[in-house]
Design a protein around this ligand. Structure first.
Ligand code: AGP
Length: 600
């Protein structure tokens, strides 16, 4: 949440910063700003709205070869020009951008900034005012920055400019991600390597509670106590074509279309030399020791976790609990004797999941992160990582990461089953190949699926999803997808549950999307559809070959019963996409949301 960029070098920084912010817009997009430094001092441009709005506000004549920028997802203070970053202290000497939340900002204001008039409602302004105050009291900028960091509680990634120290960007982080990118005669700062791939693919990872002094020809990493830290750079292995929309109107559609290729890539990535699926032995050992697995995740990743539980219990025979991350940390259930924790997170940065990881590490329990982002916080901090290999996912609505999570969970469960001597009774590689083809068949049916979306959803204000067994979990995901991008109020229910209260909401024409891919409960879900239809609902049944009936709205090709979620979710993703499109919603950047939720 919130994206930060910085540049120090010989070129005018404005365009590099703006392009970088455009790449980070997925992290927040309610306001944005840049500050550039030149011989005349520091000039700040900021605007409410998107980076495109900021571009309109930037004066092309003002040049500066040092600069910082920010795209915001509001936490403290509503989205507005005045609350947009960068923020400056009262004398305008210091200019700062910040991603994160300073939990004790009220106390810091009360204890150190009495009499200082704040311009904004943000916690961020407190940081820059604090640094200004400490410098007035006689500290150097670095000392003042370090003192402020030591006092601050919460999460932050910060880039700071000092009008009197032209050759430096001061940088620090705690819990929020931040990288320094290396170039010849320039260096850059970014929340995500993607932002600065335009100028470099060499990056240095920053660790919590370090101060980094970035100059155009050097990067000095220090602990808060002033000790030098050496750290080798890494090459960001992201292909520019992965982060471009190409000819697609939206990233979401591109990412939906990429899913067959992602399935094949995952199979390849997890195949050993003998072509059998393989998982690192140390991960398998950890799973073998565990008497219960605890899956921790949020949003779409939580929905993937619900299906992961089915895989791990049914294939590998290990009991699993699935928990919403934001609750678990504050209401931990009684744990088993030898628990192991699995964190599922596309971004690997979700603060709700990280707070659980921090707690369970303190308790000494082993952990595995399943993520799309190598080197992300959850990956670095867990004992083990399994990568999704889905390529960057940029649309806020998660699609290919969800199916990749299911695929990796299925592989983990299958390989664990084998290690435990359990016979699966099917060849997962072969079945995944069938799934990839089935997904392809669905993404090739866009016109039919678009028609379903416009027939059922063009004017509705609400919609229900029902399903049983794994269809129920896919329905939850379908509902989340629909509501987050089309703003139609949508809820997923277990097929038998609607009649226990929510059926009161069914009116003439209310759309009810029913999934019917689970053979053992096919008749039951069809019974549930009849219950809502009898009360005026407009049912759309999505079934699977072999279980379909005349009148079903859409029939999926058959895949292995355990793998049906990988296919049944595709029409739901496309229905959401087209519903949002027909309602003129901003598909890739829905209101109030951001791609990676780095605040609790
Ligand atoms: C999904 O479409 C959402 N954008 C959201 O629910 C997301 O899955 C959730 O915030 C968790 O993110 P993560 O996978 O990066 O941890």
């Amino acid at each position: 949440m919130c994206g930060i960029v910085g540049y120090i070098g010989e070129k005018d920084s404005k365009e590099i910063l703006l392009k970088g912010l455009e790449r980070l817009e997925y992290r927040g997009y309610d306001s944005a700003g840049i500050a550039v430094r030149n011989g005349d001092g520091i000039t700040v441009f900021k605007e409410k709205g998107r980076i495109a709005d900021l571009r309109g506000a930037v004066d092309g004549d003002v040049k500066g070869n040092t600069g910082i920028g920010h795209t915001r997802w509001a936490t403290h203070g509503k989205p507005s020009r005045v609350n947009a970053h960068p923020h400056q202290n009262t004398s305008d000497r210091f200019t700062l951008v910040h991603n994160g939340v300073i939990e004790n900002y009220h106390h810091l204001q009360r204890d150190y900034l009495a009499g200082v008039e704040m311009e904004s409602d943000t916690d961020t302004e407190i940081i820059v005012q604090l640094i200004g105050r400490f410098v007035e009291e006689g500290l150097s900028t670095q000392e003042a920055f370090s003192k402020a960091l030591k006092l601050m509680k919460g999460s932050y990634a910060i880039a700071l400019l000092d009008a009197e120290e032209a050759q430096t960007i001061f940088v620090a982080k705690n819990k929020s991600p931040l990288l320094v990118g290396l170039g010849e005669d320039f260096n850059v700062v970014a929340s995500d390597a993607m932002a600065m791939l335009q100028v470099t693919d060499q990056f240095v990872e920053l660790m919590d509670k370090e101060i980094v002094i970035v100059r155009k020809d050097s990067v000095e990493i220090l602990t808060l106590e002033g000790e030098t830290v050496e750290r080798a750079p890494f090459t960001a292995e992201i292909d520019m074509s992965d982060i471009d929309k190409g000819t697609y109107p939206h990233y979401m559609l591109k990412e939906i279309d990429e899913q067959p290729a992602v399935m094949r890539k995952i199979i390849q990535a997890y195949q050993g030399e003998d072509e059998k699926l393989t998982i690192k032995p140390e991960i398998l050992d950890a799973l073998q020791i565990a008497d219960r697995l605890y899956i921790i995740a949020a949003g779409t990743s939580y929905h993937a976790g619900l299906i992961g539980k089915e895989y791990l219990e049914k294939m590998a025979g290990i009991p699993v609990e699935v928990h919403v991350a934001s609750e678990f940390g504050y209401n931990m259930p009684l744990l088993s004797e030898r628990p192991m924790f699995i964190f599922i997170s596309q971004s690997g940065e979700t603060a709700d999941s990280r707070q659980v990881l921090v707690r369970i590490k303190e308790l000494g329990f082993p952990s595995l992160t399943i993520t799309n982002v190598a080197g992300s916080t959850l990956s670095r901090e867990a004992n083990h990582t399994l990568l999704l290999h889905a390529g960057p996912e940029i649309a806020v609505a998660s699609t290919k990461a969800y199916t990749a999570q299911l695929a990796v969970l299925a592989i983990l469960a299958a390989v664990t089953a084998e290690a435990r001597g359990r016979d699966l009774g099917f060849d997962l590689i072969q079945e995944m190949g069938i799934v990839a083809n089935a997904i392809q068949s669905q993404v090739d049916m866009k016109e039919e699926i678009e028609k379903l979306a416009s027939d059922f959803l063009s004017t509705t204000r609400n919609c229900f999803f029902i399903g049983r067994l794994m269809d129920y979990f896919v329905g939850l995901e379908g509902a989340l997808k629909l509501k987050e991008i089309s703003y139609i109020q949508a809820e997923g229910f277990a097929g038998g549950e609607l009649k226990h209260g929510t059926i009161a909401l069914i009116e003439e024409g209310t759309p009810v999307i029913a999934l019917a891919t689970q053979e053992s409960v096919n008749l039951n879900i069809r019974g549930n559809v009849k219950e809502v239809a009898a009360r005026g609902a407009n049912p759309m049944i999505i079934s699977m070959e072999g279980q379909s009936e005349d009148g079903d709205s859409h029939v999926l090709p058959t895949v292995h019963e355990l793998l049906t979620p990988l296919v049944s979710v595709i029409p739901l993703q496309l229905i959401s996409y087209y519903a949002a499109l027909h309602r003129d919603c901003d598909v890739d950047k829905p209101r109030n949301l951001a791609k990676s939720v780095t605040v609790e």
